[in-house]
Design a protein around this ligand. Structure first.
Ligand code: ADP
Ligand code: MG
Length: 390
């Protein structure tokens, strides 16, 4: 990196230049600072991306104020400030000015070369958002026909198209799962057990070549077509599949068989959020209550569970308060019944968003996806907090 050095003596300039060159810096300019000179006056001569400068003994704060203006004008330049004293006020002022490296003189050990090394590392890899694990959600039907598959597939479609999250849907309902047909007129060329059978060689490449691309940002692994055959996926195979999927997707959405098989339990264990889908009818209530008890017995905290009442009408005989009382969970979302649009979506193998974006169900799905929307901006950790290890 092209570098300018400003120092009070030629000896010091030589010393700094020597170390900087050793660290691979290209020192293109050195400026001998004259007594009583003002740092601001030298800024017009500075070239390169890095400025290494000594600070005045008696007027630290004035120099730092000058640097602040300089950094504002040239925010990409990196500054290494060498100061004969380092009281807290100098540190804070330097931090506020945007100086990342403040070193106390005389320099000891590898202070200087370490700082230059840190700086070049930072330049090489600009600070990025910490890598986040893909979020995992499971849709669990309290009773067959509750609408878990319909909601899971449409939720995935919405996430991928409207929120922009790269989403994979795994149909783990191995004996009769037909999720693919809720969003695609055609099944994929391979099913989920074709993948888990070769789990040892599974990587992101093989996964990408095996999934059905339903839409931009939305892939799906369907359940086997032939539900007669006894297909199995072991919990550890699922764990590996989800781990690998998490490397290329933001969201892993799983549809499971309601029976608490080891596979279903594995999916629930790995989930960040479990959607329990029910209707406001007595048989569903009983099953929902049982399912919540099972989830608690498996050790899941209630805040991992979301209770969804599907096909809900305001004048249903069983109201939300009664549902909450019996099931023992608060209802997170209610989904309207919408026979015509849902039937059209299912009969043509497309999402409800494509059939009618104004359908009430789409609005509720949007509400459901809200908790997964990436935060607009993350507040950067301040320099002083990093320094203090906060
Ligand atoms: N809100 C709704 N309005 C109208 N029909 C619905 C609604 N939710 C689900 N359905 C229909 O109910 C049927 C069963 O849904 P499905 O998602 O397969 O249930 P599950 O997966 O819980 O067994 C499907 O034909 C689906 O289209
Ligand atoms: Mg289903």
């Amino acid at each position: 990196m092209k570098t300018t050095i400003i120092a009070w003596s030629t000896d010091q300039i030589e010393l700094l230049r020597h170390s900087a060159v050793n660290e691979g810096y290209d020192v293109v300019q050195t400026i001998l600072r004259e007594e009583n000179s003002i740092l601001d006056d030298l800024f017009s001569q500075i070239i390169g991306e890095v400025l290494i400068t000594e600070c005045a003994t008696s007027q630290h704060l004035k120099d730092i104020a000058g640097l602040e203006k300089f950094i504002k004008e040239f925010p990409t330049k990196e500054i290494v400030l060498l100061t004969p004293e380092r009281p807290a006020e100098v540190m804070i002022a330097a931090m506020q000015a945007g100086v990342r490296e403040v070193l106390l003189m005389p320099l000891v050990n590898n202070d200087f070369s370490d700082a230059l090394h840190r700086l070049s590392q930072r330049k090489k890899s600009p600070p990025s958002e910490p890598l986040q694990r893909a979020k995992r959600v499971v849709f669990l039907s309290c009773k067959g026909g509750s609408g878990a598959t319909f909601l899971g597939t449409n939720f995935s479609y919405y996430l991928s198209q409207k929120i922009g999250l790269n989403t994979i849907f795994l149909d783990l309902d191995l004996h009769g799962g037909d999720a693919v047909y809720y969003v695609s007129p055609e099944p994929g060329k391979s099913n989920i057990t074709d993948i888990t059978r070769q789990i040892e060689r599974l990587d992101t490449k093989l996964l990408a070549s095996s999934v059905l691309h339903v839409a931009h940002n939305f892939d799906l692994l369907s359940a086997p077509e032939d539900s007669e055959f006894s297909y199995t996926i072991s919990p550890s195979q699922l764990e590996r599949l989800v781990e690998i999927a998490g490397m290329s997707y933001d969201m892993v959405v799983m549809d499971v068989d309601r029976v608490m098989s080891p596979l279903t339990t594995q999916a629930l264990d790995m989930a960040d959020v479990i959607y329990l889908v029910m209707e406001s009818l007595l048989p569903f209530l009983r099953d929902a209550k049982r399912l919540v008890a099972k989830c608690r017995a498996l050790g899941y905290d209630d805040n991992k569970l979301r209770l969804i009442v599907n096909r809900y009408e305001k004048n249903d005989i069983i109201d939300l308060a009664q549902i909450e009382k019996v099931v023992g969970l608060k209802v997170n979302h209610t989904i309207a019944s919408s026979f015509q649009d849902v039937a059209q979506a299912i009969n043509t193998g497309v999402s409800i968003l494509q059939v009618n974006p104004n359908n009430e169900i789409v609005e509720t799905i949007q509400e459901m996806t809200r908790e997964f929307q990436p935060a607009k901006s993350t507040k950067p950790v301040s320099w002083i907090n990093r320094l203090m290890g906060k």
